[in-house]
Design a protein around this ligand. Structure first.
Ligand code: PLP
Length: 282
């Protein structure tokens, strides 16, 4: 059931083990692919996995999006089998969700647990380092690519790929699943941490090529063009995308290609998300 978080978790779980953690605490949406993959990684290494979740967290400035969104089932079923300890909170702003996660972490610490905190989507500098390595791995395969297109949200996938590929003349275009243009500041911040790990000069906001035109109704809510892209990939290639991230990303790729705005050859970096196809619409 994989996805882009496996690479991040190689680094994050290694760090958690190095720190002597007994429990890992994170947060996300109820259908978070990160929470599910973290649950699997924790299970493999004997760590407790605790997550604060909301059905559909949102950015107050943009407002809560309307429309059907994946709710129960899907990743939630996998979390059940993995033994992830989910704490459900009523829908609210992302910042409120981060506070709930911190409250859970603090409560565990006061009970004597050694807590390792992981930000939403695993987007810490270490998470980005894993995708820097992924970009280097792609270059080492000798493929000649002008543009990489990928889904982008919490940022470390695109940040890592951009640090690895921009200096090699490969553009990395992130098709964003969140409506707030300010996320670029988060990307810069993650990048600064990565630059420190790599010992290189940090990149500014213009280095991150973000496309917001496939967000649709908002984060977590599927869009007609995303569903059309999922159907096209499934019926042509037998490959599954998801309604929240990779389907919208592929829709963005198609839109840019149709307008002649993508320099080829283009590589579509599939970030996973397939379990959400099994989630029931709210
Ligand atoms: C399937 C899928 N694609 C893309 C992303 C976005 O990756 P990132 O959070 O590193 O920007 C996520 C996670 O948020 C995801 O679950």
């Amino acid at each position: 059931m994989g996805g882009n978080k496996g690479r991040k978790l190689e680094y994050l779980i290694a760090d958690a083990l190095k720190e002597g953690a007994t429990v890992v605490v994170t947060c996300g949406s109820r259908q978070s692919n990160f929470v599910r993959q973290l649950g699997a990684a924790c299970a493999m290494h004997g760590l407790r996995c605790v997550a604060a979740v909301m059905d559909l967290p949102f950015d107050s400035a943009a407002g809560k999006p309307r429309g059907a969104h994946p709710s129960g089932g899907g990743n939630e079923i996998l979390n059940h089998w993995l033994g992830v300890e989910l704490h459900h909170f009523p829908d609210d702003d992302w910042e409120v969700l981060y506070q709930y996660a911190e409250t859970l972490a603090f409560a565990l610490e006061s009970k004597g647990e050694t807590v390792y905190r992981i930000p939403v989507g695993g987007s810490s500098p270490l998470g980005a380092l894993s995708f820097y390595e992924a970009g280097r791995e792609m270059l080492a395969q000798g493929v000649k690519i002008a543009t990489v297109v990928t889904a982008s949200s919490s940022g470390s996938t695109q940040v890592g790929l951009t640090y690895a590929l921009a200096s090699e003349g490969v553009k990395v275009v992130g098709i964003v699943s969140d409506p707030e243009p300010e996320i670029v500041h988060d990307f810069v911040k993650i990048g600064e941490g990565l630059a420190e790990l790599l010992g290189v000069k940090p990149l500014g906001p213009n280095a991150f090529l973000l496309d917001f035109d496939s967000v649709g109704p908002g984060y977590g809510v599927s869009s007609p063009e995303g569903e059309e892209a999922i159907r096209l990939m499934a019926t042509r290639e037998g490959i599954f995308l998801d309604p929240v991230y990779s389907g919208k990303a592929f829709a963005g790729l198609l839109r840019l290609a149709r307008k002649g705005k993508l320099e080829g050859p283009v590589l579509f970096w599939h970030t996973g998300g397939m379990p959400t196809l099994f989630a029931t619409a709210d």
